[in-house]
Design a protein around this ligand. Structure first.
Ligand SMILES: [Zn+2]
Length: 256
């Protein structure tokens, strides 16, 4: 179902001390899409948090603030960083569970390690028990993250001012209370979807990304270029030492 909010607060975003600060400049639709949880999970610096806030707005300030707010809105960067860590934890569990279910022992071992941090000294941690724990834990963490969502029936607006509303037609939507709630909602759609796209760790920066092309190894062109640069430098060094190149991999594909 469509995740959509009208009147989502937007503005220009900057870093002020340890805070992400948004100066409201009106409102727009929030149409999060699958990119939102990936973008949020990828935040590793205040600058990256500013870039995501510029595109989507703030984590916990959305349409409910639109009518009551004048002046700047702010959120501590620490909050953004924690959100990124939480999302990475969940996506890591999803990734490892999928690996474990396909018979990959590394996936099972990482799930077992994650479980032993929560459930200590349990001798009954066979593979099946570990995967059941992961399935239940993902559901619980996701439900907690989704939080407040309104189920709505909305009218469909037209551009024609003489007939501004489509007659007798409505659209069912989910209106998340916050952008964070929207991100979890989108991730839930993705995890639960029958056309689920594969999640993968970037071979360069280790961020989790949505795989567009099965050959894709890097999360974006920056990482693909950096990896290519390192491979070229390595080949140059090998040639200088008159040794055969160690890495002749030319898979630089970045496709979306
Ligand atoms: Zn990367």
């Amino acid at each position: 179902m469509q995740m959509l909010v009208q009147g989502w607060i937007r503005g220009s975003v900057r870093l002020e001390g340890d805070d992400i600060v948004l100066t409201p400049k009106g409102s727009d639709y929030l149409l999060p899409g699958q990119e939102l949880p990936i973008q949020l999970a990828g935040v590793r610096s205040p600058g990256e948090a500013v870039a995501v806030a510029q595109r989507f707005g703030l984590l916990r300030k959305g349409w409910k603030e639109t009518t009551q707010t004048t002046g700047d809105l702010r959120e501590p960067y620490d909050d953004w960083r924690q959100v990124a860590l939480d999302l990475n934890h969940i996506m890591g569990l999803v990734l490892d569970l999928r690996l474990a279910m396909s018979g990959n022992t590394n996936g099972v071992e990482r799930l077992r390690a994650a479980r032993s941090k929560v459930i200590q000294n349990d001798p009954a941690d066979d593979d099946d028990r570990v995967q059941q724990w992961a399935t239940i834990t993902i559901a619980a963490l996701m439900t907690q993250g989704i939080g407040d969502v309104e189920y709505r029936l909305e009218v469909i607006h037209r551009r024609d001012p003489s007939r501004p509303v489509e007659l007798g037609t409505w659209m069912r939507t989910l209106a998340p209370a916050t952008m964070l709630s929207a991100a979890y909602g989108e991730l839930a759609e993705y995890i639960d979807s029958t056309q689920a796209r594969e999640l993968r760790h970037c071979a360069d920066c280790d961020r989790i990304f949505l795989v567009g092309d099965p050959r894709q190894r890097y999360c974006n062109t920056t990482c693909a270029n950096r990896a290519a640069y390192h491979r070229r430098a390595q080949r140059r060094r090998s040639r200088l030492r008159n040794e055969p190149a160690l890495d002749t991999d030319s898979d630089l594909l970045y496709a979306r």
